[in-house]
Design a protein around this ligand. Structure first.
Ligand code: BEZ
Length: 213
């Protein structure tokens, strides 16, 4: 297992999932992707997480993001549990869940942290860009359900950086002013960002979010 770092190509793999076998890179196609692990099927926090992700389907689609979950439980377990998620979370699971019984993908992505749990995956999240590069890695313990609003916020920030050469400040929310990349001079920024550039300091330039009308 090699360490995966930001900017690395997301390692490719083949795996069985609740929606058939997946070659990760082919499955991603031209989309952005989220690969996220949960510790175990039929557990309470995981049930709420997967139900939440199902409800966010249109938010992920708007951002051209495909989502795939993973745990080390088997396919039959996943399929039975999906019925419970649909029933209790009032939704329909609409993304694949990888059955990583041989831990091949978990090990490839370093999702098992032995000092937390020797057998089960922690709550890892990998956001992968449409260039197949790893853009974000977050790791939560088993006992803390993830904040999927934060994940959407980060994806919005990552896509602003990828497509509009801007960064986002602390606690930024969609619609608020953004930061001009330090790689762009203020003179160039004034030509690129036609809504205006405020030079607070030579290294701190703010501009209205460029992808809004
Ligand atoms: C849960 O999903 O509720 C959970 C799973 C493993 C450990 C603790 C909580």
């Amino acid at each position: 297992m090699a360490t995966i770092r930001l900017g690395d190509e997301a390692p490719n793999f083949n795996a069985n999932s609740t929606e058939g076998s997946i070659n990760f890179h082919e499955w991603l196609g031209d989309s952005w992707g989220i690969l996220f692990s949960h510790p175990a099927d039929y557990t309470p926090v995981c049930t709420t997480e997967l139900g939440t992700v199902a409800k966010y389907k249109t938010e992920f689609e708007k951002r051209n993001v495909k989502v795939v979950a993973l745990s080390v439980d088997g396919l039959e377990s996943h399929k039975g549990w999906i019925n419970d998620i649909n029933e209790t979370q009032n939704t329909t699971v609409n993304f694949p869940i990888i059955a990583d019984e041989d831990r091949k993908v978990s090990e490839l992505y370093d999702m098992i942290h032995p000092n937390a749990d020797s057998k089960l995956t922690v709550r890892s999240v990998f956001v992968i860009g449409d260039d197949k590069k790893v853009k974000l890695i977050i790791t939560y313990p088993a006992s803390t359900g993830r904040n999927f609003d934060e994940l959407l916020r980060v994806i919005d920030s990552l896509q602003l950086t990828a497509y509009h050469k801007v960064a986002t400040p602390a606690n930024w929310k969609n619609g608020e002013h953004v930061v001009v990349s330090p790689a762009i001079s203020t003179a160039d920024a004034k030509n690129i960002f036609t809504k205006g550039v405020e030079e607070v300091k030579p290294y701190l330039r703010m501009t209205p979010q460029p992808n809004l009308n």
